[in-house]
Design a protein around this ligand. Structure first.
Ligand code: ADP
Ligand code: MG
Length: 365
């Protein structure tokens, strides 16, 4: 197992990149700690596979270095990196049985038969293929084949890292949950460094201790699910994580007050002078309807989604989402909204601004 360091890493698929837009992966410095389980989350095309393939050696970066521990592996082929990688679509040998497929990475390394049998048995149980171990892979369904690909990635115990690139895409929803649970168990049992790529926030938040959020070739935030929820460092994180995502509203900030088109709202802390595009972000969970106080709002629709209600509203003509407890009665007199000041974040040019200590004085007031 190894700590993985990305040092001034960047990648362009073009021979002569000229500006930032030519880079599928913009400059990145990051250390993946040994033994930690990470999710790499972002929309399609943001550079997740590019980054994973650079770590595994399928791709040589146009800039920077990859280190496993203290060793520079930037130019080492995949086979010499001692990693296991599982892809979105199955990679299995049709003419081999399920057992032979699972045993393949071990046999390749000359492991003895009894040890191979033990490991194959362990993994077959985890991915629930014990009943078909002696069947040829050829006749199996796509999702059974993908389970075997997953199993092949799980069978080695000595790898530097386990890399998964959207491995559950072709798996049916119920089975997804089960397999994710097994991957977590594998992590708990063996403590591999794991990087799990997905575009699905639920998958990312339930799998990993740390979520690395990517947007447009850049890592915009690395944090625990709690941190991504409470303090999105970029408006994209606020919008992408959460259901619905964070409300982002144009604002002018003056000390502890945000002035919006619809009126003013108090902030939990003070801010210095800001320039560029200034906005506030507030998650629907921290917006409340009121009949007596706050900004005037127009309710468009109420959606009952079981555990809570999502209220689709308009604040000075722009969409505003509100989450209320399922028991909340939404009366016709509820024509105003308030924001919980401690959960309003401030953004300049899409990046979160830290409150300035100097202004944060009215705490006791
Ligand atoms: P993701 O895995 O997040 O969907 P990718 O890493 O596959 O994103 O792609 C990032 C960007 O690089 C996209 O704009 C994609 O079109 C581009 N890209 C990916 N692979 C290649 C390639 N082999 N040649 C040229 N461009 C590529
Ligand atoms: Mg991809």
């Amino acid at each position: 197992m190894a700590q993985i360091t990305l040092d001034n890493l960047a990648h362009s698929y073009l021979a002569n990149p000229s500006d930032e837009g030519d880079y599928a992966l913009k400059e990145l410095n990051h250390t993946w700690r040994d033994g930690e389980a990470y999710a790499l989350l972002g929309p399609s095309g943001c550079g997740k596979s590019t980054l994973l393939n650079i770590i595994s050696g399928l791709l040589i970066p146009s800039h920077g270095r990859v280190l496993f521990g203290d060793t520079d592996v930037t130019r080492l082929p995949t086979a010499e990196r001692n990693i296991a990688q599982v892809f979105q679509f199955p990679v299995v040998y049709d003419t081999m049985t399920v057992r032979e497929n699972l045993a393949f990475p071990l046999k390749n390394r000359g492991m003895d038969g009894a040890e191979i049998a033990r490991r194959v048995g362990r993994v077959a149980k985890m991915i629930d293929v014990e009943a078909v171990l002696d069947r040829k892979a050829r006749g199996l369904t796509a999702d059974a084949k993908q389970k075997i690909s997953l199993g092949r990635g799980m069978v080695r115990e000595d790898v530097n890292a386990l890399l998964f690139d959207e491995p559950l895409t072709v798996i049916d929803p119920h089975m997804k949950w089960e397999l994710r649970t097994q991957l977590k168990k594998l992590h708990a049992d063996f403590g591999h460094t794991m990087i799990y790529v997905t575009h699905d926030q639920t998958e990312a938040l339930t799998f990993a201790d740390k979520v690395v959020v990517m947007f447009d070739g850049r890592v915009v935030q690395i944090g625990t699910p709690e941190e991504l929820f409470q303090t999105p460092e970029h408006t994209f994180v606020g919008y992408f994580i959460g259901s619905p995502g964070m409300n982002v509203l144009p604002a002018r900030i003056e000390g502890r007050t945000a002035h919006l088109d619809a009126g003013s709202v108090p902030l939990g802390a003070g801010y210095g002078a800001l320039s560029g595009k200034v906005e506030i972000g507030v998650r629907p969970e921290f917006v409340s309807l009121s009949s007596t106080e706050g900004l005037p709002v127009e309710i468009v629709r109420v959606e009952d989604v079981g555990r809570h209600k999502i209220i689709r509203a308009k604040l000075s003509g722009k969409a505003l989402n509100i989450i209320a407890d399922e028991g909340t009665e939404i009366g016709a007199d509820m024509t105003r909204v308030t924001f919980d000041p401690d959960h309003v974040n401030v953004y300049a040019d899409d990046w979160r601004v830290a409150p300035s200590g100097a202004h944060a004085t009215g705490e006791a007031a």
